[in-house]
Structure formats: structure tokens, C-alpha cells
Design a protein around this ligand. Sequence first.
Ligand code: IMP
Ligand code: MG
Length: 177
Amino acid sequence: MRETVSILISEEAIRERVAELGATISADYAGESFIMVCVLKGAVVFMTDLARKLQGNVLFDFIGSSSYGDGTTSSGKVRITKDVDLDVEGKHVLLVEDILDTGHTLSFLRQHFLQKGVASLKTCVLLDKPDRRVVLSEKADYVGFNIPDQFVIGYGLDYAQRYRNLPYIGLLNISED
Ligand code: IMP
Ligand code: MG
């Protein structure tokens, strides 16, 4: 088995788009304080870059989730493996995720935060694969890039826990030789 990676979205393109998202989000919150919740582990790289482009009183928290899936596709059964530490009741929460695929994860997490009584919940995803949506109502408030239905790695995203450290977003090709 040989794995090769080709660049889909360059470091430079990511940097420019993250700066734009930061400016838009900062303007939308207009000085209101909020809690950025990073969905572990895939959103870590995106979250820390985005955070440095945000103005105002921004707190950090982290949540872990896993879905019982069959390999690369997530099933509808999502569970929380690590919950947030901060009390989010009555607070504005911005959920930061690496990729919106079937929509099961974001849909589950949305309910989770609404049950905690947040003042508002917005979602920001680096990547969106609209063609893959199963939960058709699920969409993000902020999207970095729309991408076609192809498996991507890098800039936080993994294949079997590897490639998260790549500075760009790549397409993974696995060949038999
Ligand atoms: P959803 O619940 O199907 O929307 O899945 C979202 C999760 O699936 C993401 O947080 C990723 O962990 C994973 N995922 C979906 N597509 C990809 C991909 O192309 N590369 C790496 N991980 C992916
Ligand atoms: Mg993930």
C-alpha cells in the first residue's frame, strides 16, 4: 500500500480565508463575549489559527465526540467522550468543527448545547461537503471552503490519526503497489 498526498487547499489560501472568517465573526459578535468550543481533535489547528484573528473577549473550551461508524462514514449514533469544562448556560457559544459531512455530529452537538441553555449557538466549520449531507437541515453559520465529496487530510484532519500536522489540506490517494 502506498499513500500519496496532493494539495487541495494551500497554506496561503487557508491563511487568507481564516483571516476573512475572523473579521466576519468579530463583526457579527460586535464586542459581545463568547466561548469558542473546539471539537477535538480535528478542529484544533483551525481553532487556534482562527482564535488569533478574533477580537474581543473570547474564551476557549473543548469537546470530544465520537460516532459509531463503519470506517470512514459516521453513523447517526454520536456520543460525547469529553464534555466542556465551562458553564455555558446563558453564554454565547461558537462551535468550531473541522468538517461538515453527513451532519450527524453537528446536529447532535447542536442539541447538546441547546439542552445546556446557551444564550446562542453558532457553528463554524473549516470545510463543508454539501453533497454528503444526510441530515439535510444541518448547515453551518460560517464555512471556510465548500469541497467535493473526496476524503481530505491535513490542517487537523486525519486518516487513522495521521496527517493532522500537514500545513495544507490534501487529498489522500491510496494505491495497491
Ligand atoms: P459527520 O458527522 O458525518 O458530519 O462527520 C463529521 C466528522 O467526520 C468530522 O469531524 C471528521 O472527523 C470526519 N470526516 C468527514 N469527512 C472527512 C474527511 O474527508 N477527512 C477526514 N475526516 C473526515
Ligand atoms: Mg472530527
